[in-house]
Every structure is written in C-alpha cells, then in structure tokens.
Design a binder for this molecule. Sequence first.
Ligand SMILES: Cc1cc2nc3c(=O)[nH]c(=O)nc-3n(C[C@H](O)[C@H](O)[C@H](O)COP(=O)(O)OP(=O)(O)OC[C@H]3O[C@@H](n4cnc5c(N)ncnc54)[C@H](O)[C@@H]3O)c2cc1C
Length: 446
Amino acid sequence: MDYDVIVIGGGLSGLTAASLLAKRHLSVAVVEKSYNPGGSCGIFKRGHVTFDIGAAMLYGFGEKGFNAHRFVFNALEEPIEVIRHDLLYCVNFKGRRIRFFADVERFADELSDVFPAERDAIHRFYRDLQKMYQHVMVETPSYATADETDRKTALKSLLRHPVSYARFLSYLNTSARNLLARYFKDPELFKFFDKLTSTYCYATLEEAPAVLAAVMFVDNHIGGSYYPAGSTLFLPGKLEKVIEENGGDMYLESEVVAIDFTAGKPSGVRLADGRTLTASHIIYSGTVWNLYGKLIDPALTTAGQREWAEKQVPTYPSVVLYAVIDRSVIPEDTAPIEMLVGKPEQIDESEVTAYLLSIDDRTLCGEDEHTVLAIGPSFEDWSQADPIAYQQKKQKEQERLIGVLERRFPGLASAVRFAEVATPRTIEHYTLKNGGAVAGPKQMLG
Ligand SMILES: Cc1cc2nc3c(=O)[nH]c(=O)nc-3n(C[C@H](O)[C@H](O)[C@H](O)COP(=O)(O)OP(=O)(O)OC[C@H]3O[C@@H](n4cnc5c(N)ncnc54)[C@H](O)[C@@H]3O)c2cc1C
C-alpha cells in the first residue's frame, strides 16, 4: 500500500499526528506493535474493573494557558468529555500534605505554611512565573516548534512583552536550581522542588532546564489537570475514530522493523511479518535509541547521529502496581493523585505516585472499591531469563509497593482484593520504551 504518511507508533503522539493529518485529507497509516492503540495511555480490564495503563493525569485540556489537547480536539472537531480534578495532586513531604490547588495564590499559601521563612519569596516566585507564562504562553500560544513558528507572529509577541521574552529565553541555558537560587535559601525547599522536577520532568533541579521547570510549575495550575470521563481509553479511542472516519488505516499487532530509504529519503517501512508499506513521509514516535540503533540502516546515518542518540541519558526504569482495594481504607480527603515522597534528599524506590482515579470516576470499579495505580522507580535487575525467578521477583515487588502505600493508607495491605505488577520489562514489551524508561531520554540542559 502507498500512503502520503506512515506513522510508526500508535501512542498518544502518533495518534495525534495521524488524526490531524487524516483530518486534512492526507492518506495516513498508523503502524502499532500492540493489539490496541494508546501505548502508555489506555486501559485494560480485570473482571469488572477498568485499570488505566499509565497516563491519567492529563494537562492541556484547559481554557487558559498552553492547552495542547484542547487545541487538537478543537482542530479535529471531536468532542471529548473530561473531568477536571479539583486538586491537581497532593505531595506527601516530610509528614506534611501539600495540596496543589488550581489557584496559584492559594497553593503558594499552602507551601508557605510548610516553609514559613520563605513565604514572601514563594509568593514573589509564583507571581513572576505567572506573569512570564501569561505573556509568553497564554497571550500568543503556539503549537508549532520554534523553527516552524511564523517569524512575523513571533516578533510581534516578542515586541509586546520584551522583558518576559528575554527572561524566558534566558531560562533555556540555565538550570532549574539556578532559577530557584534567585529566590530561595532554605535547602529543604530545594529538596521539595527537586521532587517536583524529578517526578514531572524526570530530571533533577541541576539537570532540568529552568524553562521546562518554570513552565511546569505554573502551567499545571493555570491549565488544570484532567481525566477523560469513563477512562483514558476515550483519549486514544477518539483519535483513532477520527483517523478511521477520514479513511486512515490502523495496522495493529504490526511492528516496524526497518525504515526503507530511496535516494537518501525515507520512503517506506518493513513490518516484522515481511509486509512493506510505502509513503512520501514517515513519522516516527518511538525512542531515539530504537530509531538510530535498529530501524535505520547504519550505512544511512552518520557516526555523529548515532553517537548523539546513544549519548541520550535514559530516565529511570519504572514499575507499576495495579490494585483493587476496599474503598473504606481510603480517607475521604484523599486526592486522586498523591505523590508519596520517600527520602527527600534522593530518588529511591520508596517514592511512589499513586493514582486513585475511582475517586473522580466511579464507573471504574465496584461501589465499595477503589482502583490504585502506583508508579515508581525500580533499580533492580529485571533481566532474569528463568520465568519462575522472574515471577517470584514480581511477587516480592508487589508486596514492597503495597508496603509503601500502607504507610500512607494504614490498613491498605489487608484490604487488597486484586494486585498485579508491571516491571520495566513489561513496559518495554508493551511500548518498546527501552529498559522501561517511561519518559524516554532525560530532558536535560543542553
Ligand atoms: C505508568 C505510566 C504513568 C504515566 N502517567 C502520566 C501522567 O499521569 N500524565 C502524563 O502526562 N503522562 C504520563 N505518563 C507518560 C505518558 O504516558 C506518555 O508521555 C505518553 O503517553 C507517551 O505517548 P507516546 O505516543 O509518545 O509514546 P507511547 O505511549 O510509549 O507510545 C508509543 C507507541 O509506539 C509503538 N511503537 C514504537 N516503536 C514501534 C515500532 N517500531 N513499530 C510499531 N509500533 C511501535 C509502541 O508499541 C507504543 O504503543 C505515564 C506513563 C506511564 C507508563
């Protein structure tokens, strides 16, 4: 088959690209290794219970700010019902619960109660970031990359708020730690922010570019955090619907094993079962390591390109616990997303983000139950070939993760009705994310 565009990978990014192109009447094919689209975002069922696979705290559906999902669904003219979380999330830090309210001032007050000596600086920090965000991201939102943004429009925005733009651009070349050092002194507050960048940018304060951290610190509040009503299945499902309604093809259970080139230009793909597809354009949504390491014949890339890909630092491998528990062990004031900080000074396996999405969406499980998805880092070696040893290790990991949750929700360990663990190997198997690094390469300075 010959297409205008072949999209390799049917996760959120691949489906988004394919649906926008199909809507513009290009002939599109999506090739996905798994039996259903969605990648890290979607569901699986166990009996009557619906589990979200992964991505479930979704940004970008708001009315104000940088709202990429909203932009896409508007462009697709496809309605989607989303539930806005009252609280973005809640961070359990050194025995305190820090609630992330949508209202930034209210959140700044909450944080100041934990770090009273920094009260003024905290308010100043968030006010400065909001102003910059308002000027740069809200007034002229751009959904194209810098090199594809119309120069005239970019110049107009720059001239309207030159100071904010200069500040924003200066944040490209400095670390999040340097940015914070302009405002704060308390080392404990640095540890708190380190947890935020480590969890949501997968990079420490030293590693994360200030620009990424600055946007992340306020964007979540302004835009809000959302959950697709009925489960995250509706997000990839709606994108797939647009692709199919516009004549696009979905090739499921089909892995691309090579990208073919003609006269130095990508011209098609080869599938694991021997089929080939051709197209004028190829979009790839997997990892850089697989692209340069597996899919493109090394004779067609330079040593520099391959070295660049190899040099990308992976984010940490993750494990995920999926459980059903008695509803009675979860206190009424629990947030749908709770981050449990183990050691404030470092990332270790006692750090877990727990998603209790049935707090917001009661269709996911029985009336007297809650679903729990708990994700955290794993520094174990999961490569054992012996299936029995692997299963035993999974069982131990399940007990360990339940133990971590028990500390936040006493009684949970004896209230578990069902539990299952995905290891870094499981994640790699289902998403082709090397080593189970769910966030791919670290987004580091430089
Ligand atoms: C447990 C977990 C929790 C998360 N929580 C959140 C969250 O709350 N909020 C949030 O914003 N993000 C979250 N994320 C991250 C979020 O899921 C991802 O950023 C996003 O879904 C990635 O989309 P993607 O399309 O880039 O990649 P993926 O979802 O990984 O999809 C890539 C797809 O491409 C396919 N593929 C790759 N190579 C090939 C090939 N050669 N041939 C065929 N198919 C191929 C894979 O099979 C896969 O389905 C979470 C991730 C996980 C795993």
